[in-house]
Design a protein around this ligand. Structure first.
Ligand code: UT7
Length: 333
């Protein structure tokens, strides 16, 4: 039996602490002008001491449940995407979130697809709904990137921010909601964006902790070149699969990494900037959280309305990428 799946509720949470580019001028050798010109970022949110990825995820999920008009008792699975989990490797952050939300005895697990994670999560949840196994699933993207960036590396620390976004994915008639999804990865680029130490290959030792290897390392230029190519390509592949042309799209919601990457992708697809949702200026790159946060703000600001055709597209470490095409249903703000 095949069912459709649509987003029935959306939610988000970002830390209250705002860190501006001016603030970063006191931390590393950078300028507001460089960051704005090269990335489009003006400020980002940073978690407070003691606040974790899971804490942000819980609030985003509560917001999404409210928006869908349901309670946690209606949820049959939690799929959480993060690369900055509450603990290192185990258990899954989704299990902390499950307990905090008051759920038990439903599957709750993490997926690791970095900034493409929300698109991956939607696709995984979609399969469980399509086969009839589940009726409603919480799909979450949550990150505390500020915990893993090297605050002495100006080329990367200025780019990222913290936050969480969540969606209630719900069964609907086929042909509504998600119309197509494409996800893919290419491990040949794994070394371009990674945290080298802290895993089973290179466990943390006193020596490692004295180096920068437990922090995020990135070849920014190589990731940039990959991103401008793949964003358009992935979105076009998902559109092709749905039999829809770019001119029919009402809103493009891209991963918010860099305004230049977003503009280049929109340009390659022939989509005018007025049809692109952008909030990278306020949050920076929140990795797996960026697309669900953007979707939530798009609905709450009236940019995304019932009946609209929306495309989400992301790319990230792995290298991973993915896109999906949705016919937007009724979502309460
Ligand atoms: O979700 C996926 C995550 N990753 C990304 O999306 C990253 C994709 N890459 C990018 O967005 C861009 O490559 C960056 C924003 C990271 C860098 O922009 P760029 O235009 O590629 O700059 P660059 O790396 O070529 O650096 C240009 C100059 C260098 O100085 P020299 O060698 O020309 O003297 C850098 O050292 O800018 C310098 N620089 C900075 N200067 C001031 C690098 N970071 C900074 C900084 N402030 N924060």
């Amino acid at each position: 039996m095949t069912f459709g799946a649509c987003i029935a509720g959306l939610g988000m949470d970002v830390p209250v602490r705002i860190v501006t580019n001016k603030d970063l001028e006191a931390v590393v050798d950078t300028t507001d002008d460089w960051i704005v010109t090269r990335t489009g970022i003006h400020e980002r949110r940073i978690v407070a001491d003691g606040q974790s990825t899971g804490d942000l995820a819980v609030k985003a999920c509560e917001d999404a449940l409210r928006s869908a008009g349901i309670t946690i008792a209606d949820i049959e699975m939690i799929v959480l995407s993060t690369c900055t989990g509450d603990t290192n490797m185990l258990p899954a952050t989704a299990t902390f979130v499950q307990t905090a939300l008051g759920a038990s005895h439903i599957p709750a697990f993490d997926i690791s697809a970095a900034c493409s994670g929300f698109v991956y999560g939607l696709d995984i949840a979609h399969q469980f709904i399509a086969t009839g196994r589940c009726r409603r699933i919480l799909v979450v993207g949550a990150e505390a990137m500020s915990r893993v960036v090297d605050w002495t590396d100006r080329a990367s620390c200025v780019l990222f921010g913290d936050g969480a976004g969540a969606a209630v994915l719900e069964r609907c008639p086929p042909g509504q909601g998600i119309l197509s999804t494409k996800i893919a990865s290419n491990g040949a680029g794994a070394c371009l964006l990674q945290i080298p130490a802290g895993g089973s290959r290179e466990p943390l030792t006193a020596e490692t902790v004295g180096t920068d290897r437990q922090f995020l390392h990135m070849d920014g230029k190589a990731v940039y070149s990959f991103a401008v190519e793949i964003m358009g390509e992935a979105a076009m592949a998902a559109l092709d699969a749905a039999g829809i042309s770019p001119s029919e799209i009402d809103l493009l919601v891209p991963h918010q990494a860099n305004i230049r990457i977003i503009k280049s992708a929109a340009d390659r697809m022939g989509i005018p900037l007025e049809k692109v949702f952008i909030n990278v200026d306020r949050y920076g790159n929140t990795s797996a959280a960026s697309i669900p946060i953007a979707l939530t703000e798009a609905v709450r600001t009236g940019r995304l309305k019932e009946g609209d055709l929306v495309v989400t597209v992301g790319f990230g470490a792995g290298l991973t990428w993915g896109a999906n095409v949705m016919r937007w249903g009724q979502v309460n703000p």
